[in-house]
Design a protein around this ligand. Structure first.
Ligand SMILES: [Zn+2]
Length: 663
């Protein structure tokens, strides 16, 4: 289980990075000073936004996703007769012309004919062929060329309610693979794909094959794991089993294989089947898999003169995960560009693209950006985990008081609600979560976004494109669609600002975002964009600002009694300090040895009322606004941070990197 180990902990990531680093040194003479494990100083971010802020519910998210991906296969192999029959019906193994119990929806061939997938004539031919060959009906239909294999797979999955296994965008985890030998996998037509905390995903052509399921249970590391079958056709499955078992899948083994330097085909010339076996393709898969598994939000492939550094961003901090030989970069970059449908011939223009993969039983989207540098194309992958885009406000770390303020703001029928923060402050996640919370069949929510990051149910989202559909025109068009609530991704210019304001004053609730440092900064920013103070007065419901601070690892945080200085920062009685927590320097296995796990939002919400509106109308200064707000119940991001330190969620060191704790 060598491959499994690499993915297990950061320790191993470090180890392999160090090993690779040593290699790079010896062969290229590159002077790379060891692995900069926590290098915050030179973040070569290239255009891909860093709006992570979604890492914080990592614990436990696998559980919720796995519940939604597929339905559970019933336990208890003994009661298999019925299931067996169902499986038979699914694969068309029972006699098509005999009245059997079936699954109540008619037999497979008939249903396919009814759906127009095949004609009656084709069905009759296939049934005869099936009798002669003894093969399953589905297989026969594909062999005769009556349906495509993909169509059959989708049909099978749909009839059974299981997920679909697609080897082209599913990464098979070496650790899962290792529980069955290739012989057993082939014999029972079952391919273990990945584990989560409580489930195991397996590809099967017959998800009701109780003998196969029983065999799998015998080899599972824990009997309590739920089996989540993903359906595919027999021939796709056999190919996938061959390819998965035939080749190394761990980063370390693939790198070793590459070191041997066997002649390989150009990555760009591979067909689908060859791609599966090519070491560069397997390496890219393994790297992406590892990054997602440890919860990284971004992967940075950074070519230098003699080597390529791969860094992952985890909880907002970059660290080096691998140092790769420069000689592999051509293949790796080609592969990445093929995956996201970039132009591989063009190495001198910045490009962007997307792709998606099924990793560990969950769908992950990747937004990719390439930027030419003097040493080659720098490529950054942003992980957009759909399961983390929307979460309950409580999970984002909003305090009770802030949740209450938010409720007041969102219940106002018209006006603008502005979310501010720099890139990487998690404001998109908050906006999406708020929209999701107010989403209801009784309201019409429409959005204009650049780009649409996550699709939300029942919300009509429109992608704004420069030169084709700009924000301002988009708002005009949107207003004719009778919306109640409008979300405008970002206000960047005068015309958009004016349109947004107009919408807000004509009975709409408008949500938008601005790049400013704090909530008070939104007002001067809107004035800069050419809006008049008199127009703003009464139109703004609330402005909220947020930042993300690292969350303490619950497994290893240490108790700490604040000293005098810390007491004054926290605003607590020096004579009687409470116990707070701080990060454990060495961390533990739960937090990749960092002492922190996930992030929490530090939030301030500025609710406008009549008094503040009057200040706005008189064009009073930001300082004046703040002074008045503080006399009411305004709490700053710093106050929110201190509250979270006292609650043991984060520590003083973490919030001091985000807000000025001495102000
Ligand atoms: Zn820990």
């Amino acid at each position: 289980m060598e491959e499994a180990k690499i993915l297990d902990s950061d320790e191993d990531v470090k180890d392999s990075a160090q090993e690779a680093s040593v290699d790079a040194l010896s062969s290229d003479g590159a002077v790379e000073e060891d692995v900069d494990f926590f290098d915050e100083s030179d973040d070569t971010d290239v255009g891909v936004e860093d709006e992570a802020g979604k890492d914080e519910v990592l614990e436990g998210d696998l559980v919720s996703i796995s519940e939604t991906v597929t339905s559970e296969v019933p336990e208890g192999a003994g009661t298999g007769t019925e299931l067996r029959t169902m499986g038979g019906a699914l694969q068309g193994t029972e006699d098509e012309h005999e009245d059997g119990p079936g699954i109540g929806k008619g037999r497979m061939g008939e249903r396919m004919a009814a759906m127009g997938l095949i004609t009656e004539d084709q069905l009759n031919v296939a049934l005869q062929e099936k009798k002669i060959s003894g093969k399953m009906l589905g297989e026969v239909l594909v062999e005769l060329g009556f349906i495509e294999e993909d169509t059959l797979t989708l049909f099978l999955a749909e009839s059974s309610g299981f997920g679909v296994f697609d080897p082209r965008n599913t990464i098979v985890d070496g650790e899962a693979l290792a529980i069955l030998t290739k012989t057993v996998a082939l014999e029972h037509q079952i391919l273990p794909i990945s584990f989560t905390e409580d489930s195991i995903y397996v590809a099967m052509s017959d998800p009701y094959d109780v003998v196969a399921l029983d065999t799998l249970r015998r080899f599972m590391p824990s009997r309590s794991l739920q089996i989540k079958p993903m359906v595919t056709t027999a021939s796709i499955l056999s190919d996938a089993i061959d390819a998965s078992y035939g080749y190394a899948s761990s980063i370390k083994d693939i790198l070793a294989e590459l070191e041997e330097g066997k002649e390989q085909k150009e990555v760009s010339s591979l067909n689908e089947k060859e791609a599966f076996m090519h070491p560069i393709v397997r390496l890219v898969n393994a790297l992406v898999f590892e990054a997602v598994k440890i919860g990284a939000s971004d992967l940075h492939f950074e070519p230098e003169e003699n080597f390529v550094r791969l860094r992952y961003r985890l909880d907002g901090v970059l660290f080096t995960a691998q140092i790769l030989h420069k000689q592999h970069w051509n293949g790796i970059s080609q592969r990445l560009k093929i995956m996201c449908e970039m132009n591989i011939a063009d190495k001198f223009s910045p490009q962007d693209g997307r792709f998606n993969l099924n990793i560990g039983g969950r769908e992950a989207d990747f937004r990719v950006s390439s930027l030419p540098t003097v040493h080659g194309e720098n490529i950054v992958l942003r992980v957009l985990d759909k399961s983390e885009s929307i979460m309950p406000m409580e999970a984002l770390g909003f305090s009770e008081e802030n949740l209450e303020k938010l409720k007041i703001a969102t219940s106002k029928p018209e006006g603008i609600i502005i979310v501010t923060g720099p890139t990487g402050s998690g404001k998109s996640t908050s906006l999406y979560s708020i929209l999701n919370e107010i989403n209801d069949v009784e309201v019409n929510i429409q959005t204009l976004e650049d780009p649409v990051e996550y699709s939300l149910p029942m919300i009509r989202q429109t992608h704004v494109r420069e030169g084709i559909l700009e924000f301002a025109d988009g708002i005009k068009a949107l207003l004719r669609q009778d919306p109640d609530i409008i979300f405008i991704g970002e206000i960047r210019d005068h015309i958009t600002a004016e349109m947004a304001l107009k919408a807000a004053m004509t009975g709409h609730q408008v949500y938008t975002s601005l790049h400013t440092n704090d909530s008070f900064g939104a007002i001067p920013r809107l004035l800069d964009l050419g809006l008049k103070p008199g127009m703003l007065s009464g139109a703004i419901i609330a402005v909220f600002a947020q930042r993300l601070a690292r969350r303490l690892c619950k497994s290893c945080r240490q108790e700490h009694t604040p000293n005098e200085d810390e007491c004054s920062i926290l605003g607590i009685d020096k004579a009687n300090p409470p116990t707070i927590y701080e990060a454990n320097g060495g961390g533990c296995s739960m937090c990749n040895n960092t002492g922190y796990k996930g992030r929490v939002a530090l939030v301030e919400i500025l609710l406008f009322d009549e008094e503040l509106d009057q200040l706005l109308a008189r064009n009073e200064s930001k300082a004046e606004l703040k002074a008045v707000a503080l006399k009411k119940d305004f709490k700053s991001m710093k106050d929110d941070g201190i509250l979270k330190v006292l609650e043991g969620v984060t520590d003083i060191s973490a919030i001091s990197k985000i807000v000025d704790i001495r102000k």
